[in-house]
Design a binder for this molecule. Structure first.
Ligand SMILES: Nc1ncnc2c1ncn2[C@@H]1O[C@H](COP(=O)(O)OP(=O)(O)OP(=O)(O)O)[C@@H](O)[C@H]1O
Length: 306
């Protein structure tokens, strides 16, 4: 049976009149890894801050495990929010951060923390404020995973991590999640790298939810087509285009909708090539302006570097 960990109803958050989140209604499934995706400024961090009671909505309601997180400290203890700008007291070393987390999180696993600290090679001697960007991210990941909080949020947890360390994070997340299923919500721009982790995704665009679906369902919802610009033009007439690129006499487009046998026949008849659309491409497509979605240069995907 599918259960809901978090419900939001008509949640908006305005900053000086501008909507960072606009009328967000979501049922986030329990014990599922959900990716929170969207371009810079789409509202991902704002949403996570509201769900973890670090901020209040301008309007709308939020319910976490059946309660308003603002009203109930027991609900807050069930959540861990790993954010990239986490501050630690000036004199904190690794052992202090670990000790504090062990006290705060009721499901804390010291064994997991010790294993992750060794795998990420987090130094024990310097104070945390002297940590490198990657070491800070690694510490956040250790706290997030070892907390075993029933609802864990990671906000772009990989900043500064090298490829090996990112691999450690993905593997350890999947391993611990398999043994201790819980609700995990993570925001990322490294979609190609992380799509094997994600079961569901929420795509935000300018503060609004544009999709909330199973990854597999989403993949079947659009397709990519490429070939001669003139043939492409013919094929695309009357179809809903999510994004479009052109270079010289060639072009490609991401088309909304499942590919039907008739579509396939039409495309092949025009000499066009059909390819599945990656999650990264789909998210990038949703980030384009739907009205005039056309670019003429190389794809403007969000950076893949940490
Ligand atoms: N404290 C604040 N004061 C004013 N505006 C804010 C504040 N926090 C966020 N915003 C605005 O709200 C919008 C959403 O920001 P948010 O940080 O949630 O985006 P994001 O999706 O996490 O972006 P990124 O991928 O760049 O981290 C942005 O336009 C941002 O400028």
């Amino acid at each position: 049976m599918t259960t809901t960990a978090i419900e939001t109803r008509g949640v908006s958050r305005h900053y000086r009149g501008a909507a960072a989140l606009d009328d967000v209604t979501l049922d986030i499934r329990a014990n599922v890894i959900t990716g929170l995706l969207g371009r810079n400024g789409a509202g991902k961090t704002t949403l996570m801050a509201l769900l973890t009671a670090q901020d209040r909505p301008s309007s709308g309601t939020i319910s976490v495990a059946g309660h308003d997180p603002f009203e109930r400290s027991a609900t807050i203890e069930q959540m861990c929010f790993v954010r990239d700008n986490q501050r630690y007291p000036d004199d904190y070393k690794l052992k202090h951060a670990i000790r504090a987390a062990a006290i705060f999180y009721p499901h804390w696993s010291q064994e997991l923390a010790d294993r992750l600290i060794a795998k990420f090679r987090i130094p024990t001697k310097p104070v945390v404020k002297k940590f490198s960007r990657g070491q800070l991210s690694a510490l956040g990941i250790v706290l997030g995973l070892a907390s075993r909080a029933p609802i864990t949020f990671f906000d772009e947890p990989y900043l500064g991590l090298d490829a090996t360390a990112r691999g450690v994070f993905y593997d350890e997340l999947l391993r611990d999640y398999a043994e201790h299923p819980r609700t995990i919500i993570l925001s990322t721009h490294l979609i190609d790298e992380m799509d094997r982790l994600l079961e569901r995704v929420i795509i935000l665009e300018q503060g609004r939810v544009v999709r909330h679906a199973d990854v597999e369902e989403l993949r079947g919802d659009a397709y990519q087509i490429a070939g001669k610009a003139s043939a492409l033009e013919t094929y695309l007439a009357g179809r809903e285009i999510l994004s479009r690129r052109g270079m010289g006499g060639l072009g490609s487009a991401v088309v909304n909708g499942a590919l039907t046998p008739a579509d396939r026949e039409a495309a092949l008849g025009l000499g066009l090539e059909l390819t599945p659309v990656s999650l990264q491409d789909l998210v990038a497509a949703y980030g384009f302006d739907r009205e005039g979605a056309e670019t003429t240069a190389t794809p403007s995907y969000e950076g893949n570097a940490a």
